[in-house]
Design a protein around this ligand. Structure first.
Ligand code: SAH
Length: 354
């Protein structure tokens, strides 16, 4: 007779440790790790469609294009953290919640952050149902960590990033381990990072891995600067559409403070043009036109880009009295719009001739 499925999975994990020992430096899983995994019904964390594969040593698909890590990788990352029962650990990328449950078996408290609200909700429900009261799930961008409860004795990141988010390093306790997939998507390495008393960071390469990407969400913001031709405006955002919206907001803020807008009126915009900067120019013209024709002050814009066309909504109000206007919208001319990708997202820029 074949061994029951969970036993077979743990046997495979053990074999994998032996096979990779020279690279990982670990011939066997850390104390208690296999026992913890043996207590967790993994089928409760995988979608019903893959339930028959719950105990395969394989990564499985979750909703929203995400994956639940391969059991060997879960065991390896957990072992690298060198957990102790009194530890408090942080996980980034809750996904199904399975890794968090493994950690929950081993340490005093687990905090885990997931970007996708649906996944965070499903994981929370599952962890509650199984009684993991020491595991706390938060929806949000893991690049921030969970500063309110830092420092952590260990941090496990379950999504691949090209660089170590500085907030995570800042939230790691002295001598704690930060275990994460690092590097470009097709050449990711699992690394074990520690920081000594002097604050010197040590990185140990463990194994080649393949994780889903660590999604960078940068908060939209804009800045003004002076150019020979007028006022320069530059907007940064995670997506091209958000960069368009943010640049329009920067333009609107030349006329009045968007934070002062109280009564909100919707204005619909639509335009099209051949290329990115041309479409941006058309969009900014539309905004200037709306401000001038209707004497509107905008508090926000929502832009949807589809190919060469743009649909947007602006929320604003009629300007009853001048609110410290610096530029009269009627005379606003937008010059040199540019839009480009950078490492973290999108940058849209223009000059306003006044
Ligand atoms: N530990 C999980 C596997 C996670 S897969 C498990 O045991 O099932 C990686 C997860 O990281 C995905 O759910 C993905 O949505 C999440 N993720 C990606 N970028 C993120 C970010 N910036 N902040 C938080 N979670 C993120």
């Amino acid at each position: 007779m074949n061994p029951p499925e969970p036993k077979r999975m743990l046997a495979t994990v053990t074999e994998q440790f032996a096979r990779t020992a020279r690279r990982t430096g670990l011939a066997t899983p850390g104390p208690g790790v296999l026992e913890a995994m043996a207590r967790i019904p993994r089928e409760r964390f995988v979608p019903a469609a893959s339930a028959d594969r719950a105990y395969d040593d394989a990564a499985l698909s979750l909703a929203c294009g995400q994956t639940i890590s391969q059991p060997f990788i879960v065991a390896l990352m957990t072992s690298l953290l060198q957990t102790r029962p009194e530890h408090r650990v942080l996980e980034i990328g809750t996904g199904s919640g399975y890794q968090a449950a493994v950690l929950g078996e081993l340490v005093h408290e687990v905090r885990t952050v997931e970007l996708v609200p649906e996944l965070a909700a499903a994981a929370t429900a599952q962890l509650r149902a199984l009684g993991y009261d020491n595991v706390h799930v938060q929806t949000g961008d893991g690049a921030r960590g969970w500063p309110e409860h830092a420092p952590y004795d260990g941090i496990l990141v379950a999504c691949g990033s090209e660089s170590v988010p500085p907030s995570l390093l800042a939230q790691l306790a002295p001598h704690g381990h930060l275990v994460m997939p690092l590097g470009p998507r097709d050449a990711q390495r699992l690394v074990d990072i520690t920081q000594d008393d002097a604050g010197v960071v040590h990185t140990r390469d463990v194994l080649g891995v393949r994780f889903v990407p660590f999604v960078r969400t940068i908060e939209a913001r804009h800045e003004r600067f002076v150019t020979p031709r007028g006022i320069g405006l530059r907007a940064f955002a995670a997506t091209e559409a958000q960069a368009f919206a943010e640049l329009a907001l920067a333009l609107a803020s030349l006329v009045a403070d968007p934070a002062q807008v109280q009564r909100q009126r919707r204005v619909e915009f639509a335009c099209s043009a051949a290329k990115g900067p041309q479409l941006l120019a058309r969009w900014l013209d539309e905004v200037v036109w709306a401000m001038a024709r209707q004497d509107l002050v905008f508090a926000s814009f929502e832009v949807r880009l589809r190919g060469d066309s743009l649909r947007a909504t602006g929320l604003g109000e009629q300007r009853s009295a001048p609110r410290g206007a610096t530029v009269e919208p009627r005379r606003t001319t937008v010059l040199d719009p540019t839009v480009a990708r950078d490492a973290d997202g999108w940058v849209a820029q223009c000059t306003v001739e006044s």
